[in-house]
Design a protein around this ligand. Structure first.
Ligand SMILES: Nc1ncnc2c1ncn2[C@@H]1O[C@H](COP(=O)(O)OP(=O)(O)OP(=O)(O)O)[C@@H](O)[C@H]1O
Length: 206
């Protein structure tokens, strides 16, 4: 397992949320739940330097403020709920040709030659995960990564992601609504509610 520095938030101040301080170590999966509109996506976007905010975000010795946004986001990889596609052909989003996991995720290699406009939302979501991991991140921020998938596909994507997370050893923040999914993937769990982040003890021992 690769060793990555911890992701630290020091009084991260975004929107109406009370400032958030936390440390997510290599290999930890912090699942973040909370009602719709609580600010989960905004928090992830601030960590990725895509949202105005106060406070500090660091990755070991490296501070977010020390790097231009695009260089920070190569390390701190956000997979948003709605992925962005800039080239017409799917395969052009994988310039290094690393599509490990394509068939495990239930996708045919032919998909690489498709125009992006042909993709379903679930296909986009799985390809966005593949694309993010292929870039060699140091941190993963996952915003409802299985929101557009049926149950069977969700379980497959979860298993694949957890195997990659074990192998990659990244600190991970995973926004999820489904308590069953949270029970399967979280090593820690938190909830954004009434403008603050509360970390919860696990419901069961693993
Ligand atoms: N740039 C912005 N400026 C001001 N308010 C914003 C901005 N972006 C989002 N909001 C508001 O902040 C609140 C939190 O939005 P956010 O998308 O983070 O919620 P969420 O917890 O991820 O919700 P969901 O579970 O529905 O995805 C919402 O009320 C939203 O309208």
């Amino acid at each position: 397992m690769a060793t990555h520095p911890p992701l630290c938030l020091d009084r991260l101040d975004v929107g109406d949320l009370r400032p958030v301080s936390l440390r997510v170590a290599a290999g930890e999966v912090l699942c973040l739940a909370g009602p719709s509109g609580a600010g989960k996506s905004r928090l992830l976007r601030a960590i990725a330097d895509l949202e105005p905010h106060g406070g500090m975000v660091t990755l070991g010795e490296l501070a977010q403020a020390d790097l231009p946004g695009h260089a920070w986001r190569r390390r701190v990889m956000l997979v948003p709920a709605e992925s962005q596609w800039w080239a017409e052909r799917v395969g052009d989003h994988f310039p290094a040709g690393d599509v490990r996991g394509l068939s495990t995720l239930g996708l045919t290699p032919a998909v690489l030659d498709w125009p992006v406009g042909r993709l379903s939302s679930g296909e986009k979501q799985r390809l966005a995960l593949l694309r993010a991991l292929a870039r060699g991140p140091s941190v993963l921020l996952l915003d409802e990564p299985t929101a557009n998938l049926d149950d069977a596909t969700t379980r497959g994507v979860e298993a694949w992601l957890m195997a990659r997370i074990r192998e990659g050893g990244w600190p991970v923040i995973w926004v999820a609504h489904d308590p069953a999914q949270i029970a399967r993937v979280a090593t820690r769990r938190g909830r954004l509610e009434s403008g603050r982040l509360v970390e919860e003890a696990p419901a069961t021992c693993k």
